[in-house]
Design a protein around this ligand. Structure first.
Ligand SMILES: Nc1ncnc2c1ncn2[C@@H]1O[C@H](COP(=O)(O)OP(=O)(O)OP(=O)(O)O)[C@@H](O)[C@H]1O
Ligand SMILES: [Mg+2]
Length: 465
């Protein structure tokens, strides 16, 4: 037997066994003590009552000792069960309700009786080798002179037999309890081991990348919780794997588009032998633009990995966010206008200067503005709002574009998550934005309604030191 079952057996069964053993020993000893002391009491009372009967009789018979002890023996009813003995002061037996023995009586009860005490003794009868209990007391005449010792001797066999029977009953009960505990410990072990074994098998499969199987939850306890956690871990790993695959396919696509364009134009320029300066210039411009796009994409990915590993360090400086937004909107407007999208900017006057990493905040706003333009239809507008409230600077970017489906909304800030979007992008923009804002002690909130538009809220705490 190994593992949990062995531990359960050692802990529960062995300890119960030891407790039961001690308990049974104590109960048996108490039983023995109870029966022996009540019998002892009975014998001592017998000595007392018979010696007073003897005294009364001796008074009536004017000191005729011999006649009195004969009368005592004659009136003695318990002859078979408890032997009555009259012993003289030298230890010789004068009379007995059973057999008069030649041997001298020297037991402790007799010796104490000679001194005037009533006491008992437990030992073996030298003639029959039977276990007996004896009680002795002094017989005195009417002048308080000691005459002889009155002794009662009884076999302890019946009492010992009774104690043995009771002990056997107790042992049998104890055995039944132990069997019950053994069975329940085995059952308990089974209820723990079976789910643990199942979990181990499934977890091993999971470790090898097989997530198709889930762990069955048998009980609503810690083991059930563990099964739930492992199943949750499996679903999350599947999601992460799907996300990773989506990301690889999307990023390959994203990288391939500018690369195809660069390759195409390079080939065109080379085969044209640089004859047409106009065409060469056009081609080189496209190559430059696409190379920039590639660089930005790689920069984004690098940023994200730096953010994730906590290696991105901010360089905060006092910044006028209103001026920053003005600038960003200024250089983004031509691109928006190309898509026939207008950008409105509303700002309150009370915007305080705040300590932020200018370039990183610029990156956040450009990313969000890029999304707004990317997901807005022509002829729509994007509204920028900048205001100060409760020690925070709030920037709201609202578009009237396609919106985000309800099921995608909770995950759009996850890395590489693009939801239902088929537009260009690696799905990393919002994740980077959120991380940057968190580093500033701020946050990013997104509210959206499919088909109506999206509002992204940037929250930045006003910080002066
Ligand atoms: N203004 C918006 N309108 C509609 N959907 C949006 C908007 N902003 C974000 N989304 C959704 O959230 C997803 C994640 O946006 P995110 O900016 O992180 O990635 P991306 O724009 O797809 O790629 P990247 O920004 O890395 O180039 C988008 O793919 C899109 O589905
Ligand atoms: Mg984006």
């Amino acid at each position: 037997m190994t593992g949990i079952r062995r531990r359960l057996i050692i802990n529960y069964f062995t300890s119960t066994f030891l407790v039961m053993l001690c308990l049974e020993i104590v109960v048996i000893l108490l039983l023995k003590n109870y029966y022996y002391s009540s019998f002892q009491q009975k014998l001592m009372e017998k000595v007392e009552s018979n010696s007073s009967f003897f005294n009364e009789y001796l008074n009536k018979n004017h000191g005729d000792f011999n006649n009195c002890i004969l009368q005592l023996l004659k009136n003695y009813p318990d002859g078979g069960r408890i032997e009555l003995q009259i012993i003289d002061k030298t230890g010789s037996m004068l009379l007995s309700s059973s057999v008069v023995t030649e041997k001298k009586i020297t037991t402790s009860d007799y010796k104490k009786a000679v001194k005037g005490d009533i006491s008992t003794w437990v030992g073996f009868n030298p003639d029959t080798n039977e276990k007996v209990m004896a009680a002795s007391g002094l017989l005195t005449d009417y002048q308080s002179n000691s005459c002889a010792v009155l002794r009662f001797v009884a076999s302890l066999e019946t009492i010992d037999q009774l104690i043995l029977e009771l002990s056997l009953i107790l042992i049998v009960i104890g055995l039944f309890i132990l069997i019950f505990i053994w069975v329940s410990v085995m059952h308990l072990g089974k209820t723990i081991i079976r789910p643990v074994k199942e979990m181990t098998t499934v977890a091993r499969k999971m470790a090898k990348g097989q997530f198709s199987e889930s762990i069955q939850k048998h009980y609503n306890d810690e083991l059930g919780e563990l099964a739930d956690t492992l199943n949750f871990m499996a679903t999350e790993t599947i999601k992460a794997q799907e996300l990773k695959n989506e990301f690889i396919s999307s990023i390959s696509h994203e990288l391939r588009t500018p690369l195809t364009s660069i390759k195409g134009w390079t080939e065109t320029i080379l085969t044209g032998d640089f004859q047409s300066r106009e065409e060469t210039e056009k081609g080189l411009k496209v190559i430059l633009k696409e190379a920039d796009r590639l660089k930005n994409m790689v920069d984004d990915l690098l940023d994200f990995s730096r953010l994730e590993s906590g290696k991105l360090i901010l360089s905060p400086e006092k910044t006028d966010l209103k001026q920053e937004l003005d600038e960003i909107i200024g250089f983004t407007t031509p691109r928006a206008l190309k898509e026939r999208i207008s950008i409105c900017f509303e700002a309150t006057d009370n915007i305080p200067q705040t300590l932020v990493d200018k370039n990183r905040i610029r990156q956040v706003i450009i990313n969000i503005l890029d999304n707004a333009i990317k997901f807005s239809p022509p002829q729509s507008s994007i509204i920028f709002k900048l205001f100060h409230s409760n020690g925070q600077i709030i920037i709201k970017v609202a578009d009237h574009g396609c919106g985000i489906p309800k099921e995608d909304l909770p995950r759009v800030k996850d890395k590489f998550y693009k939801g239902h979007s088929k537009k260009a992008g690696s799905g990393i923009g919002l994740a980077v934005c959120e991380e940057i804002l968190k580093l500033h002690g701020g946050g990013l909130e997104i509210a959206s309604q499919k088909g109506k538009g999206t509002t992204v809220t940037i929250i930045l705490p006003v910080s002066t030191n």
